[in-house]
Design a protein. Sequence first.
Length: 74
Amino acid sequence: MVGLTFTPTDDEVAWAREKSRTEHHLLALLKAYGRLGYFLDLPEVPLPIVKHIRGLLGLKPDVEAVHDSARTDR
């Protein structure tokens, strides 16, 4: 169980929804940055965290995290 450590706050979710253009970008924004303070390479984020955030957001299981810019390609 991932628990509260990687559960974004309502404010974090609202911010990410405002900044993202797709569900894929939304998931990428919220996966780990809030607790670590930096973006991991997306494949480095453990699957339980991905599933936890995806479920919290009500996203379908096939939504994968992607970045839309080379500047955020971490």
